[in-house]
Write a protein that binds this ligand. Structure first.
Ligand SMILES: CC(C)(COP(=O)(O)OP(=O)(O)OC[C@H]1O[C@@H](n2cnc3c(N)ncnc32)[C@H](O)[C@@H]1OP(=O)(O)O)[C@@H](O)C(=O)NCCC(=O)NCCS
Length: 173
């Protein structure tokens, strides 16, 4: 396994159009449909980084900032933002790309955790991540805090065991 991999090595882009059967009663993209697309895109990034099969361990955050109307061109862009021992945090940014008016609107962000697994579905180690751009570095830095929060919310960690979150609430982060 390579020691470190760049975030850009896991870059995954998915471009698609919103069809009528993928919309809600307001004729905007149905939230569950978008979540499914985000999960697929993010899983490809995690697989590209780890060079393994991956499973979704948690959806840490999803924001729906702007509606995406029927007929829109939607671009999903995902990259691994940090790798831990066997798990990876993946950021998915969603854009509404209007080729007619040459507008690109950032509509959603999703943050997922994937775990690399072997043929017996047992977690296996992954390469470290090397963030490069300023955004990659910021996302990398805050990922440990999000991992701790996710582990606490899922009952896998006691709040007293957290390191980064304690720092955050003490105003040190
Ligand atoms: C995710 C899964 C592989 C974890 O297996 P496990 O035996 O509990 O393994 P571990 O406790 O060693 O956890 C593995 C890693 O996942 C991380 N993890 C597990 N649950 C997590 C959560 N809710 N949030 C963040 N990280 C989590 C652990 O911190 C650990 O990370 P690290 O090795 O990088 O430190 C297992 O729970 C599983 O297979 N779940 C089902 C996945 C699935 O089917 N997804 C599709 C849903 S339809």
């Amino acid at each position: 396994m390579k020691k470190k991999k760049k975030a850009s090595e896991s870059l995954t882009l998915m471009t698609n159009i919103v069809l009528p059967n993928e919309t809600n009663s307001l004729r905007n993209l149905f939230g569950g449909e978008l979540l499914s697309r985000m999960d697929r895109c993010a899983s490809i990034s995690a697989s590209r980084h780890s060079e393994r099969r991956v499973v979704t361990a948690s959806v840490n955050h999803v924001s729906f900032n702007e509606p995406i109307p029927e007929g829109s061109v939607v671009v999903l862009e995902s990259k691994v933002s940090r790798a831990f021992s066997t798990s990876m945090e993946v950021y998915v940014d969603v854009w509404l790309d209007d080729p007619i008016h040459r507008k690109k609107i950032h509509t959603n962000t999703g943050i997922y955790t994937f775990v690399a697994v072997d043929q017996f579905n047992k977690p296996v180690p992954v390469a470290e991540l090397q963030p490069e751009t300023q955004e990659e570095q910021e996302r990398y830095k805050a990922a440990l805090r999000r991992k701790e929060l996710s582990l606490i919310l899922s009952g896998r960690m006691k709040p007293t065991e957290s390191i980064e979150l304690k720092k955050l609430f003490a105003g040190e982060a």
